[in-house]
Structures are given as structure tokens and as C-alpha cells.
Design a protein around this ligand. Structure first.
Ligand code: PLP
Length: 416
């Protein structure tokens, strides 16, 4: 890299990532192969349209690569249809809504402070401008309440029920939600679609370690950069091929122009890695580490959500009498990165919050094991309760990360 300023910050960022423990639940480390594809010459190519139907010449190579990404995505998730062009999870959601709904239609989604995403009806997102949202709350244990969802479906008569979240630590009962929607549709005049945004848990789905929403939802959206461990981007899947035309045209030309074929190449590599049997072992370790950290914090007396996936919520206000912002900053000062997060029934504003969200997808990619996940819980507990100095905590972090792989040299087994 001849641009010295840019190179300097590449190096600084690699050092920051290497020296820290990454516990942000939505992050992960893609392999060298994914990064190489993303940095490839495909970035130079315009390919508006879809394989075989492009608005530009010279698309013979991108067509093969995009078809490869599509076929691998369909195999990975047992889908009849895949669109690999969404630039992000947010754009996948925008296109999915547009494919199924008319402007002004009604969507029933999770209360945002309970773990929904901005595109699930936040006043500051396009979603609430284009559609009318109503919301279902979690129960007193922070779990989905199927009875309440059923009642709200009948009361609100929405055109779409949305499941899949940013900060929900438990398994989502997709099969039961499908049954509830079907039962509602059997006596409602308004047809309700069922959509799942599996951005966070897509890796767990791909590994076969939870129910596959593609079997039950009309449309499933995802990101490719979280638990899937691919490039930053989006994905749309369906079990219903008849939706292909509506979804395709909702991506291009409705909401996007030329696809990012270099990112699509990186998605193809990522899906190849996720199809390898070793990916299942990796994901099982993520779940094991997350649970080990959650359980150790609970054992020490902290208030945690519990977990059935790659993340959990730590109530720092109740546990240490500090807010999420303070906890995030203290942890960052010792080399542990996580994010402040609203928790169920939070009384503080989103800029402060009562909790932090903790996930193990990224650290497990670098080699974190169960004993280290327990050690990390102890460091978090001890530093937030001021049992140890920041200096001592920083030293403990350094001795863990020095046993892990370098973020720049990660390679994962690949099929295909
Ligand atoms: N959906 C969910 C559930 C998410 O958690 C996120 C991002 O965190 C998104 C969608 C949006 O993805 P992106 O940041 O790629 O737009």
C-alpha cells in the first residue's frame, strides 16, 4: 500500500484488534480468503441486473461467481431462492418489506428496546416512515411471549409478523411462530406474512444448531459479517421461489444500483467455509464459550440474561451500580470491546443504558477456549466491581490474547 496514511491506520487497526478481546456480538474475523476476494479486481466491474440478464457487457466471470454464491447460500440454508446482492442487512430488510408489502402496510415487530433492530420500526429509520409498526413486548423473564404475539396478531391485523433480533439471547421458536401466523391467517381477512431477520444468528442456523427459519418464514434476511464470518453485506432467502421476481426487483432497480461483485465473491468464499464440517464445531464452541462466560458472571453474583446463542446481556446497573456507557468505557480501557445495550424494562436512555451486550463469535474465531471465556468473565466482574486495578486487568487481557491467532492470518477450512 503506497498511501502511507491509509497504511498507517491499517496497521493501527490490526494492532488494536490483535491486542484486544472482541466481545461485540455482531462482529467477527473473516479469513484471509474472504478478505482477498473482497479486495479483488471484481471491484472494477459494473454488473447491474442478475446473472444472465445484465445491463452491461463483460459479465461472464461475475455471472459465474454470483451463481456460485447463490448456489452455496441455497445449499447452506436449504433455501429455494437466494439473493446475494444486498449491500447490507438494512438494505436486505428494506427490499424484503418492499417485496411483500405496500407503503403504509402494518408490521408487528419486537419492542425495539427489548432487542429489535433500527430497521424494525425505529422512528429514525426508513422503516417507520414507509410502514405502520406495532410492537410485541418480551415477558418478565426477557423471553418471547407467544400468547401476547397471538393476541396482538388478532388485535392489530398486521400484514407482516417480524421475528429475529439484535440483542435477544434465547432460541427463537420459528416453527411455533409459523403455526401462530397460520392459525391467525385462517380467520383473518388480512393476510399476514412471516418474515425472519436472522442477521445475528445466521451462523447458528447454518451450523444446524437451532431451528432453520427458512423452513418456516416467507422471507428470511441476514447479514453475512456476523456469526457467518463473511464480508460486510446482506442476504435474502426464501423457501418460496415464486417470490423471486418481487425480491429481485426490490433490490435492483428499486433500492440498489450495481451489485458489489467483489463482496459477492467474498460471500461465495464465506458460504464455502460455512459449508465445511469444521464450521459446525466452531459454532458449537461459540455457544459453549458464551454460556461459560454468562454462567461464571452469574456464579460471581452478577445479573445476566442467560443465553442459548452467541450472546448475552449483563445488567451492569443492577450488578455494579454503573450504567452501560461507563461499563463499556472501563472495559475498553483494559482492552475488552463490547457495547452498551438496553435491557428488558430498561429505565435509562439509549445513550447510557443499564446493560452491555457480550458475544463470543469473534474471540472464538481467534482461538478463545472455555477456560479463557471463564477467565474473561472474572476479569469483567473484578474490574467492574473494582476488585482489581485497571493495570492488573489489562495485564490479564494481554496474557489471554497472546495465546490467540493473529487476526490478519486467519484461515478456515473451505468446501467447494
Ligand atoms: N438486522 C439485525 C437483526 C441486525 O442486528 C443488524 C445489524 O446489527 C441489521 C439488521 C443491519 O445490518 P447492517 O448493519 O449490515 O445494515
Amino acid at each position: 500500500m503506497q498511501d502511507r496514511i491509509v497504511q498507517e491506520y491499517f496497521d493501527k487497526e490490526a494492532k488494536r484488534q490483535n491486542e484486544g478481546i472482541e466481545l461485540i456480538a455482531s462482529e467477527n474475523y473473516p479469513s484471509i480468503n474472504v478478505r482477498e476476494a473482497q479486495a479483488s479486481i471484481f471491484t472494477a466491474k459494473y454488473a447491474e441486473g442478475y446473472p444472465g440478464h445484465r445491463y452491461y457487457g463483460g459479465c461472464e466471470n461475475v455471472d459465474v461467481i454470483e451463481n456460485l454464491a447463490i448456489e452455496r447460500a441455497k445449499k447452506l440454508f436449504k433455501a429455494a431462492y437466494a439473493n446475494v446482492q444486498p449491500h447490507s442487512g438494512s438494505q436486505a430488510n428494506m427490499a424484503a418489506y418492499h417485496a411483500l408489502l405496500k407503503k403504509g402496510d402494518k408490521i408487528l415487530s419486537l419492542v425495539l428496546n427489548d432487542g429489535g433492530h433500527l430497521t424494525h420500526g425505529s422512528p429514525v429509520s426508513f422503516s417507520s416512515h414507509d410502514y405502520q409498526f406495532s410492537f410485541y413486548p418480551l415477558d418478565e423473564n426477557g423471553r418471547l411471549d407467544l400468547k401476547v404475539i397471538k393476541e396482538l396478531l388478532d388485535k392489530e391485523n398486521p400484514n407482516l409478523l417480524l421475528a429475529g433480533y439484535s440483542a435477544y439471547p434465547f432460541a427463537i421458536p420459528f416453527k411455533e411462530l409459523r403455526a401462530i401466523v397460520d392459525e391467525h391467517n385462517s380467520h383473518s381477512d388480512v393476510h399476514c406474512y412471516f418474515m425472519v431477520d436472522m442477521a445475528h444468528i445466521a451462523g447458528i442456523v447454518a451450523a444446524g444448531l437451532c431451528e432453520n427459519p427458512v423452513e418456516y418464514a416467507d422471507i428470511v434476511t441476514s447479514t453475512t459479517h456476523k456469526t457467518l464470518r463473511g464480508p460486510r453485506g446482506g442476504l435474502i432467502l426464501s423457501r418460496d421461489e415464486s417470490l423471486a421476481k418481487a425480491i429481485n426487483s426490490s433490490i435492483f432497480p428499486y433500492s440498489q444500483g450495481g451489485p458489489l461483485e467483489h463482496v459477492i465473491a467474498a460471500k461465495a468464499v464465506c458460504f464455502g467455509e460455512d459449508l465445511a464440517p469444521e464450521f459446525k464445531d466452531y459454532m458449537a464452541k461459540v455457544l459453549e464459550n458464551t454460556k461459560a462466560c454468562n454462567d461464571e458472571l452469574a456464579k460471581r453474583g452478577a445479573i445476566v440474561s442467560g443465553t442459548e446463542n452467541h450472546l448475552f446481556l449483563l445488567n451492569v446497573l443492577a450488578s455494579f451500580n454503573i450504567n452501560g456507557k461507563e461499563a463499556q468505557e472501563t472495559l475498553e480501557s483494559i482492552g475488552i470491546t463490547c457495547n452498551k445495550n438496553m435491557i428488558h424494562g430498561d429505565t435509562l436512555k439509549p445513550a447510557y443504558t443499564s446493560g452491555v451486550r457480550i458475544g463470543f463469535a469473534a474471540s472464538t474465531s481467534r482461538g478463545c477456549n472455555k477456560a479463557q471465556a471463564v477467565e474473561i468473565a472474572d476479569i469483567i466482574f473484578d474490574v467492574l466491581s473494582k476488585n482489581i486495578s485497571l493495570y492488573e486487568a489489562k495485564d490479564k487481557v494481554a496474557s489471554i490474547v497472546k495465546t490467540w491467532h493473529d487476526v490478519m492470518s486467519l484461515q478456515y477450512p473451505l468446501v467447494g
